[in-house]
Design a protein around this ligand. Structure first.
Ligand code: SF4
Length: 357
C-alpha cells in the first residue's frame, strides 16, 4: 500500500501557494535570477549546485563569485590550470568535487561545444553530476519538469505529509510525494521555492509555521509536532582516527607536498603526514629521519564519517637540505595563498602560534 496518497487538490494548491510566496520572498543569491527575469546562466547554476553539495549557501556565496569572475564560462574553466582550481577551492571541503569540476568543464568544452546538455539524462553523463544535481540543473537552468529533493526539500515534504518512516528508508516515499507536488510549469522556481522554505521558514528546529504559506496543507502542523519530521534512524557514533602532520621549515619556507589524486583531500597541497585515512590511523613514521619535536597541541578535525585527531611534529633543516619526495618549498609568510585544505590550515596556525619553530 502506498504510504503517501496526496489528493490532487492538495498537491495543486501546494504548488500555487508556494510559487506565489516565492514571487515575493525569493532569496537573492549570486547564481539566481529574480522570478520573472528569465532563466539563469546554466554555467552559474551548475557551479553553484556542485558547490552547494553538502555545503551551506553562506559558505558558497564568495566561492561562486570568485570562480565566475576568474573563469566566466565552461571554456575558461576547461583551460584553467588544475592546481589553480584546486587552490581556489581550498576551504570549501569535499575536494573530489573540485577534481570533478575540472573534468566536467573539459567534457562540456570538448564534447558539448561549451554548452551543458539540457536534460537530466544528458547531464547524468557528465563527471560529478548525480541524480540530484542533474534534476536541479535541468529544472533551474532549463525549466524542465524534474523532481528535486535535497535535505531541505526532504524536511518540508516529510512534514507536509507527516511521513513517519525513518530516513533513509523514507527516501523513496519522500521522492514520490515530492513528485506529486511538483508542477508541470515553473518546476525550477518550485524547486528553489522549496529549498528556500526549508532553509528559512521550515527550519530544522522551531519552524516558523505561522509564516508558512503551506500551513493549511501541512499534516505535521495539523498534528502539532513538525519538529518530529523527518524521522531519523539512530546515528552510529563516529570513529576517531589518529595521525601526525609534519612541519618542515628551512629559512622562512615550509615544505609542502601534493597529495595523490585518489583518496582523502586528493590532489590538494598539504603538509606531509603519516598516511591516516578514514579507515586507519597513520603509522606514526616521519617522512624522513630528522630531529623531530612533537608539539603539545592536538588538532581535531571533523570529516563526515570520522573525527581526525592530528599530532604535529616540527623540524628545521639547513639552507641546502631537500627532503625526499619531490615536494616544494613555500614561503611561510604567504602560506594563505597555498590553497591548503582547512585541516592543514589549522595545523599551520597551531605551529605558528606555538613558537616552536
Ligand atoms: Fe514546515 Fe510548519 Fe510550513 Fe509545515 S507548516 S511546511 S512544518 S513551516
Amino acid at each position: 500500500m502506498p504510504h503517501v496518497q496526496p489528493a490532487d487538490q492538495k498537491t495543486g494548491d501546494i504548488a500555487a501557494l508556494l510559487l506565489a510566496h516565492y514571487d515575493v520572498h525569493a532569496r537573492d543569491l549570486p547564481w539566481r535570477n529574480r522570478p520573472g527575469e528569465g532563466l539563469p546562466a546554466p554555467y552559474h547554476v551548475w557551479l553553484s549546485e556542485i558547490m552547494l553539495q553538502q555545503t551551506t549557501v553562506a559558505a558558497v556565496g564568495p566561492y561562486s563569485r570568485k570562480f565566475t569572475e576568474r573563469w566566466p564560462d565552461f571554456s575558461a574553466l576547461a583551460a584553467a590550470d588544475e592546481a589553480d582550481v584546486m587552490a581556489a577551492w581550498a576551504g570549501l571541503g569535499y575536494y573530489a568535487r573540485a577534481r570533478n569540476l575540472i573534468k566536467c568543464a573539459r567534457a562540456v568544452a570538448v564534447g558539448h561545444g561549451g554548452q551543458l546538455p539540457a536534460t537530466e539524462a544528458g547531464l547524468l553523463t557528465l563527471p560529478g553530476i548525480g541524480p540530484y544535481t542533474a534534476a536541479a540543473i535541468a529544472a533551474i537552468a532549463f525549466d524542465q519538469r524534474a523532481v528535486v529533493v535535497d535535505a531541505n526539500v526532504e524536511r518540508v515534504v516529510s512534514r507536509l505529509f507527516a511521513i513517519s518512516i525513518p530516513l533513509p528508508a523514507a527516501k523513496p516515499i519522500i521522492r514520490e510525494a515530492a513528485d506529486a507536488i511538483t508542477p508541470g510549469i515553473r518546476a525550477g522556481d518550485f524547486a528553489q521555492a522549496m529549498m528556500d522554505l526549508g532553509a528559512g521558514i521550515c527550519s530544522v528546529k522551531a519552524p516558523s509555521c505561522m509564516l508558512c504559506p503551506l500551513q493549511s496543507h501541512c499534516d505535521a502542523f495539523g498534528l502539532g509536532n513538525p519538529e518530529a519530521y523527518p524521522v531519523k534512524a539512530a546515528k552510529k557514533a563516529k570513529p576517531t582516527r589518529r595521525g601526525t602532520a609534519y612541519w618542515v621549515e628551512r629559512e622562512g619556507e615550509v615544505y609542502l607536498v601534493t597529495r595523490q589524486d585518489k583518496g582523502m583531500l586528493g590532489g590538494m597541497r598539504s603538509l606531509p603526514d603519516d598516511g591516516w585515512n578514514s579507515r586507519t590511523n597513520g603509522d606514526g613514521k616521519a617522512p624522513f629521519t630528522a630531529s623531530w619535536q612533537h608539539l603539545d597541541n592536538i588538532v581535531q578535525h571533523e570529516f563526515t564519517h570520522f573525527t581526525l585527531s592530528l599530532r604535529i611534529a616540527v623540524t628545521a633543516l639547513g639552507s641546502d637540505a631537500n627532503p625526499p619526495g619531490g615536494g616544494m618549498w613555500w614561503p611561510v609568510k604567504s602560506l594563505d595563498k597555498a590553497g591548503l585544505p582547512t585541516l592543514f590550515t589549522k595545523v599551520a596556525k597551531a605551529v605558528l602560534a606555538s613558537g616552536e619553530r
